[in-house]
Design a protein around this ligand. Structure first.
Ligand SMILES: [Zn+2]
Length: 318
């Protein structure tokens, strides 16, 4: 069986073709439209699907199903409430639109859930039945595997790791609420904090590094470089990010008695092993279990995880 998996991100749309052995045999990447309506995004998704099939040297006939991982809340093939993709705020039937254009069964899943499935089946979480995957990047997402299966909750909204409240009345989160993990550990929130710091006369090399690297916003790589340069303000931001992730992960472990936690996403990937080790150390005092039974490991699949997970999940509709 051959399946295609799409990972729709705010910046790029990554697409893979998987064979029976879960190997990636085709790959494509296109830019996510920044304006227009959802139909424009759907056209780019479908273009990427054909690119990846070409890259695999296959014909469309050989494809059994397509999986699409998307931001937002997914219910029965529809998606809505995704703030960073044009036209995805108002709920519509993404699955039907893609299926009509590619003439294959399509399964739509939350992008973070797809990433979690991939890490569980063929990445760092292999062999565990109770797993939380945390992806720290622009925002902070989470995906839950409970009893070996994806846990999506009563309304498809489970796993919102980034919006666990770790500090009542704390910093404002991009979601509009206060004190969420993401208010301290998401790159968007960290960037806003740096902008406020500079506006009030504080200093940081963050935005100089950003310009030197030719970026329009501080990427995870920019944060990592600024930290390496010894920037005190960025070091403080990273300290807060680590405490927030550690509190959120320990709280999840206390609630669910997990076997392991996979930590990935752009920020965690760029900051690497020392970052993971610091999160692991910082979560210990919050763990209720004695002795602590949980392992924290780095994600193994990088950028392709979401697309691989979407392809794996599409097998169920093939
Ligand atoms: Zn929030």
């Amino acid at each position: 069986m051959h399946t295609v998996g799409v990972d729709l991100g705010g910046t790029n749309i990554g697409t893979v073709v998987l064979d029976d052995d879960d190997e990636v045999i085709g790959y494509a990447k296109r830019k996510t439209p920044t304006r227009g309506d959802h139909n424009r995004v759907v056209d780019v998704i479908v273009g990427g699907v054909h690119d990846a099939i070409d890259d695999a040297g296959l014909s469309v006939k050989k494809i059994d199903a397509v999986g699409v991982g998307t931001p937002g809340v997914v219910v029965d093939g529809t998606v809505g409430d995704a703030s960073n993709v044009p036209g995805f705020q108002v709920r519509f039937s993404l699955g039907d639109l893609v299926s009509d254009l590619v003439d294959k069964p399509v399964r739509v899943v939350n992008d973070v859930t797809a990433g979690a499935v991939a890490e569980h089946r063929s990445g760092a979480g292999r062999g565990w039945n109770q797993v939380l995957c945390v992806f720290a990047g622009t925002g902070v997402g989470g995906g839950l595997i409970l009893d070996g299966r994806v846990f999506e909750g009563a309304h498809g909204g489970a796993g919102e790791f980034g919006h666990q409240v770790i500090r009542q009345g704390g910093a404002v989160c991009p979601c509009g609420r206060r004190g969420c993990v993401e208010a301290y550990a998401g790159r968007q929130a960290m960037t806003l904090a740096a902008e406020r710091h500079v506006a009030s006369g504080g200093s940081t090399v963050l935005f100089d590094v950003m310009k030197k690297k030719g970026k329009s916003r501080p990427t995870s790589g920019v944060f990592s470089n600024a930290l390496d340069l010894g920037d005190v303000f960025v070091a403080d931001l990273i300290d807060d990010c680590i405490s927030a992730l550690a509190a959120g992960i320990a709280t999840s472990v206390n609630l669910l008695d997990l076997e392991g936690v996979v930590l990935g996403g752009g920020l965690a990937d760029k900051l690497g092993k020392p970052f993971r080790a610091r999160v692991e150390a910082a979560m210990q005092p919050h763990l209720f279990f004695s002795p602590p039974k949980v392992e924290l490991v780095s994600a193994a699949l990088g950028d392709n995880g979401g697309a691989i997970g979407a392809a794996l999940l599409s097998r169920e509709v093939a």
